[in-house]
Ligand binder design. Sequence first.
Ligand code: ADP
Length: 261
Amino acid sequence: TQIMSRGLPKQKPIEGVKQVLVVASGKGGVGKSTTAVNLALALAANDSSKAIGLLDVDVYGPSIPKMMNLKGNPELSQSNLMRPLLNYGIACMSMGFLVEENEPVVWRGLMVMSAIEKLLRQVDWGQLDYLVVDMPPGTGDVQLSVSQNIPITGAVIVSTPQDVALMDAHKGAEMFRKVHVPVLGLVQNMSVFQCPKCKHKTHIFGADGARKLAQTLGLEVLGDIPLHLNIREASDTGQPIVFSQPESDEAKAYLRIAVEV
Ligand code: ADP
């Protein structure tokens, strides 16, 4: 990562954490969490000397527990901090570890803010080279308070090539600029679908939309991820593709993105 954090005065680093990468999207369902999980695994796979953590602040719809095949209550350290749960070599913390699985989070703003504060400040990460943060979709209170509370090395914005997703990705990028978080680039997810039988390629959500948006905003496209059954199945079974099929083309797409950030 070439861009260093530019902390605003009231930002305080998370203890033991060197770099924070946030993965964000304008819209939900575009593959933000899938990207966050596979990016964390790819950073670890590209350099085994690096310690990587994954923090899920998507408080209304935490998906990291399922995708990383983790559940349970975090233990407390001697200083009363929560210890992350570990799988595939990645230290993970999620709202999903703190509430029951099928219990909806029906919270007012203040409760959400205190949950975010807890996730940001009451976790004992040990020493991490990178903390990958899975943001909620959109440009609301949570995104703002995370951006204003901790120094962020950079934001990765995930979008499909579809206009409605790109419009919201554009707003997301502008929000990060406003709060002085460097945007490292866009990931174009679900860029193409190749029929496994006849090999014909279909751009289900349009072609190259993210590339055009990146040009408009003066940003890089960090990579394209195809719409692929293996990616979905791997996530649903809690065996993310970068971990379970590292030699596949789909995993390699994530591994290349990890080199770019
Ligand atoms: P978000 O975090 O943006 O809401 P998710 O990462 O949860 O999105 O992805 C939404 C759904 O799409 C999930 O079921 C996920 O497995 C699937 N998905 C995401 N990216 C891909 C992809 N490239 N190919 C196939 N399925 C994908």
